[in-house]
Ligand binder design. Structure first.
Ligand SMILES: [Zn+2]
Length: 394
């Protein structure tokens, strides 16, 4: 193996999940926060490398990716009130704590799908990368006047205003545009069953986002809203819950179309086992919703884990391991869950190749476990080490 200059780390582990497959007896070389090389030949580490051997039982994998979080939301019963009326410094303090709590669970990349006033961009500037996950930021979600999460600051209606909103998100440095295609349960006066935009508005948002190099994510609960966002070809669809006035009504034709288009579905699973009561429209449908997710998984859709962490007490920052367990309970084998949490999620959030893989030139965001997550997905909580940009943070 070539001898490198500078500070070189060599990590050894009995098992390596590289984002796609499992390999045995790996050594990962890291320099300047990036993976330099990955060796499975049993070669000795370079002479000047600083070596950490985690042992034959250890599993080394890419840092995990949460495709749907809200760092500015504090996960309390009053999360909406706090995020909508607290001062910028207070919200930033919440976001700092959220980011730190998330990183210790081995989640090294998050896609924030709804901050207030672009505060996650400020967080990204102020907080050292080694103290937080990498943040793929949406800024405030685009929504209608008085619509779902309007209090975050992203209201826009009509073609000109929508174009201007996407432009502003791009110019400020967002990576993704999030649009509220239907109403949602968190916002007083909003109705998950109502559509907020028509098909041409949604297409305009996707086209404008792509033209400016951003990805596009759509929040969609209501069946007609789901039909429109599938048609508009969003990169990811959030929730995908098929809500109807009577409950939940899966439209298999729309699931089939999502499979055909290879659209990512970011199902917001994962909650603490004994959380606070759910919002009534959600509580009434939850069992049927899990059934929908199981069918979406069985249909072969590209499901990635997002948690919606921060929105309520049963979804605190750090809830992510529960999302992975739940995906296995809903029929996804552990190996597929790990792929969806790493290499697949990296593609979904626009970080393919850099995140979610243990390969040369990927960022050295890594997780080391004490036992096999393939045998039992709950091993993701048996954490021996977390690396972010080549720094050991746990
Ligand atoms: Zn959300």
């Amino acid at each position: 193996m070539t001898v490198m200059r500078g500070e070189l780390l060599a990590l050894r582990a009995g098992h390596v999940f590289d984002g796609v497959d499992v390999r045995q007896s790996g050594m990962v070389l890291i320099e300047d926060g990036v993976i330099l090389d990955v060796d499975f030949t049993g070669a000795a580490p370079p002479e000047h490398a600083s070596v950490t051997d985690f042992g034959p039982d250890a599993w080394l994998l890419p840092g995990l990716i949460d495709a749907h979080v809200h760092l500015c939301w504090d996960g309390s019963k009053e999360a909406v009130a706090h995020v909508s009326s607290d001062g910028h410094e207070t919200v930033l303090e919440t976001a700092r704590a959220s980011a730190a709590a998330t990183l210790t669970t081995g989640v090294t990349t998050v896609r924030d799908l709804g901050d207030r006033d672009y505060l996650t961009l400020a967080l990204r500037d102020q907080m050292p990368p080694t103290q937080r996950p990498d943040i793929v930021a949406a800024g405030p979600p685009i929504t209608t006047r008085g619509g779902h999460c309007h209090f975050l600051g992203g209201e826009a209606e009509g073609a000109d205003a929508l174009r201007a909103a996407v432009r502003e998100h791009a110019e400020r440095g967002c990576d993704v545009v999030k649009v509220m295609a239907s109403g949602g349960a968190m916002t007083p006066g909003s109705d998950s069953l109502q559509q907020q935009y028509d098909r041409s508005d949604l297409r305009l948002i996707v086209d404008e986002a792509h033209r400016r190099g951003l990805t596009a994510a759509a929040h969609a609960h209501a069946v007609p809203a789901i039909a429109d966002v599938v048609d508009a070809d969003f990169d990811t669809i959030e929730h995908f819950s098929f809500m109807t006035p009577d409950g939940v009504g899966l439209r298999q034709d729309l699931v089939d179309e999502v499979v055909r288009r290879e659209t990512f579905v970011s199902v917001t699973v994962g909650m603490l086992p004994s959380g606070a009561p759910l919002p009534p429209p959600v509580a009434a449908r939850i069992a049927e919703f899990w059934d929908v997710v199981a069918k979406v998984i069985a249909s072969g859709a590209r499901v990635v884990p997002g948690t919606d962490s921060g929105i309520s007490p049963d979804k605190p920052h750090g809830v992510y391991p529960h999302a992975l367990s739940q995906l296995t309970e809903l029929g996804m084998p552990p190996r597929a869950v790990l792929r969806s949490a790493t290499s697949e999620a990296a593609k979904a959030v626009g970080r393919a190749g850099r995140k979610g893989v243990v390969r040369p030139s990927a960022d050295a965001d890594l997780l080391v476990l004490g036992s096999s997550p393939i045998d039992d997905i709950s091993a993701v909580t048996d954490i021996h080490a977390v690396y972010r940009a080549g720094h050991r943070v746990r």
